[in-house]
Ligand binder design. Sequence first.
Ligand code: GDP
Length: 445
Amino acid sequence: MDDVIAAVATPPGKGGVAIVRVSGQGALAVAEKMFTPAGKTKVACFAPYRLYPGRIDCGGFADFGLCVYFKAPHSFTGEDVVEFHCHGGTEIARGALLRTLACGARLAERGEFTKRAFLNGKLSLASAEGLADMINGESEAEVRAGSMLYAERLSAAVRAAQAQLTELLAGIDADMDFPEEDIEHTDLFTAKEHIRALAASLEELTRSYGTGKKIGSGVSVVLAGRPNTGKSSVLNALLGSDRAIVSAQAGTTRDAVEGSIEIGGVRFDLCDTAGLRAGADALEREGVERARRRIEGADLVLFVLDASQPMSEEDKEAYAALEGKKMLVVHNKTDLRADACELPADVRVSALTGENIPLLKQKMFDACMSGYNTDALFVTQERHYAALSRALALLREAEGLCGSVPPDLWGVPLREAWEALGEITGETANERIIDEIFSKFCVGK
Ligand code: GDP
């Protein structure tokens, strides 16, 4: 981390302002070479956190902008940081960036600023992940969950658990070191209670992943039913009202998603199975298979029926195929006749008139997010969930061993649980994991 890194910190394109960020010991020296202050204060004498106007040398041309200096360790990365605020043209920012490289900086890698912040102890690994979630978040709930991670809410809970483990381990070590001395030996009963309580608190955190996962990756909803019940129309009515999320993540696993909406701040990804019915030809069979897989992976199925008609054989078949799935029975076309269908409805709507579409949304939210409390801490990332689950299993193992084998033996799973928890904050995370996390950031963050 001895070298100076530089990148354009603002997104590419035209805008009011673009920021070129430089970090590392020697960042100020880079500024000295390419920034000419308009005022009397020389770059070397810049007071931290103050914006100085002046001329930014961009190689073949110059821009008039601002320069700010963040003195180590009180900067985002923990190192000396300099930012040039130039006018927001792609070529202007590029010119300023190339100039920083000519003045001794090198191009930063993806997420390298945040990685340095982590390595310098400015934030935990989980906090850095929260920052990425905030930046990539597409719904209010995603950003809020990201901001909680960023603010070290999960890390604090994890560190508290680690502190308790350390205490238990210290007790065991004292027993092992001075077995015959008359000091207070680890009281087995208390230790076991302690482990049990700790396991219970970790279990509560792991349980929050059920809801947290949906916050992090969206609630997947599939509309199912025989053709012509109005699935596409219901889907469009859902998408048409209020705010539809335009996803920037094309070509991902959300290929099949027709559109996303925000309900109560949470993203719901909607997917239709229109036109996919059991047919003879291979193409249709492939379609049916795909629909089945989507239904299997969905958090919720909206089973759409035509309220103006009794259930047909085809309806019954479609219904039977959904057995065991979390489902809302939606009667559509209530503008025609609302009571012909014999299967009890969870909600009756008319996609045509829009009647009860808000109620349908409310029911969707209640079905998937009941008990969602915006202030509560949720585990939203699989990596954290996996580490917590491993720690929990190890605590259970220690609890089982406690009392039946010597303390140093039940201390082993306790120590491993400590390490599993450390992967969340980053203390014990290996380089591969760390690199993987920061490679998901963009250049300049
Ligand atoms: P899908 O095959 O299940 O996707 O059904 P569509 O959305 O294509 O709708 C089938 C037919 O039902 C179309 O002619 C729609 O205009 C009509 N339709 C859909 N929803 C309603 C509704 O709420 N009321 C009435 N009257 N017609 C509807």
